[in-house]
Design a protein around this ligand. Sequence first.
Ligand code: ZN
Length: 231
Amino acid sequence: MLDQIFSYSEMCNAEKQTLQKGMNFRINPHYSLILMSRRTNAPYRDKILNDGVTIEYEGHDEPRTSHEINPKELDQPRNTRNGKLTQNGYFINAVERYKISQSIPELVKAYEKILPGVWSLKGFFNLIDYKTQFDGRRTVFVFILKLSENQSVNHANHKLYIDIEHTRLIPTEVKKEVWQRDKGRCVLCTSNKNLHFDHDLPFSRGGTSLTAKNIRLLCAKCNLKKSDKIE
Ligand SMILES: [Zn+2]
């Protein structure tokens, strides 16, 4: 479910593996996976474009191999020194395959770190493009991901489709503010289990995702009660 909240171990359990890298090309036969979080030495904010459903995700640096060379001074690599593809390289190749053959874009599942130990599912995205960008010191890759209409891959018969026109991604900063304001608990019953970030007033009814005012923490049980009322 979009905007569902996980602990780190719950997230690893959901993906059936220990997640350590930010970019994971084809972590399983169905999709690739990215972890979005702010860098320790260079605050990185995931950028949501004005359409509300497209994100820009920065590629990955050269691994740190010595104390003398700061990876932040080096161009982000497409290949390793041995000529193999880096994760950047795999993602770039997927974009190029998609553009050349007009095949189905690579499906990328994104989780974002809200606070230490608090992760949230940003959703499934189509990897549609990339660009290179000079960040003032070196060249980095920026991947363009658009929220997929299909938000489920595992159950062919139970696909969850969302209405892209009426969906807006909640910025990470807003989620952080909501988590802290609501103290990590459901605002209706104070449960700390099965939480997600809930649009108090859905975007389709004029609610905005851009401020914490319209977002709250809700547990799965209270969410069910809420949807009963709306229908
Ligand atoms: Zn509740």
